[in-house]
Design a protein around this ligand. Structure first.
Ligand SMILES: Cc1cc2nc3c(=O)[nH]c(=O)nc-3n(C[C@H](O)[C@H](O)[C@H](O)COP(=O)(O)O)c2cc1C
Length: 176
């Protein structure tokens, strides 16, 4: 798929069809994460794939976002910062979150290229999700990515124009 088409065409999808996503497709999507840039080239993320209907309902409740229930796959993006903290001391935590964020975009773009929709969900009750998925103490959940075939396509929301977010040489300085 053309890169611009993927970058500009991907939308956060909140209505999914019931069509099952094959394990091969899920694996392909997650595999894209490994190739993301990563501080120290440390892949500090783990994925928990959730297809179980009851569990998806519990996750949706823990996110207070009922639409999630109908997404056929939930991917809990887990961050294990241990090695990064050893290597980068006080910066380790920060890098670990950055690594997860960059890997997430790879996941979402890859899904889009396979005609699958995604939505990154960052608002959730951490304790509830971590206990539901039996996340070990040194690992934290950074987000849930919903995945599935699209039932309702979203319109592109307003995006700031490049000139509004770009300065030259110093913050706040526009091109003359
Ligand atoms: C860090 C982060 C947290 C987000 N959390 C939520 C969320 O809790 N629920 C939700 O429906 N969408 C969530 N989104 C998706 C954004 O709402 C969405 O990306 C934004 O509206 C732009 O739409 P687009 O992704 O279609 O370009 C989140 C996105 C990011 C990057």
């Amino acid at each position: 798929m053309d890169l611009d088409k993927a970058i500009q065409g991907r939308r956060s999808i909140r209505e999914y069809s019931e069509r099952k996503v094959s394990l091969d497709n899920i694996a392909e999507v997650l595999d894209a994460a490994r190739f993301a840039p990563a501080a120290g080239n440390i892949q500090n993320f783990y994925f928990v794939i959730v297809e179980d209907k009851k569990k998806r309902k519990q996750i949706a409740e823990a996110c207070n976002q009922i639409w999630m229930e109908k997404a056929p796959v939930h991917i809990a993006l887990c961050n294990s910062p241990g090695r990064l903290k050893v290597l980068y001391k006080k910066f380790g935590d920060h890098y670990s979150v950055q690594n997860c964020a960059i890997a997430s975009q790879n996941i979402m773009l890859k899904a889009f290229s396979l005609n699958l929709g995604t939505c990154f969900v960052g608002s959730f009750n951490k304790n509830k999700i971590e206990s539901l998925l039996k996340i070990p103490p040194k690992v934290k959940v950074e987000g849930i990515i919903t995945l599935g075939f699209v039932k309702k396509q979203e319109e592109i929301p307003r995006k700031l124009e490049l000139r509004r977010i770009t300065y030259f040489e110093e913050f706040g300085k526009n091109l003359k």
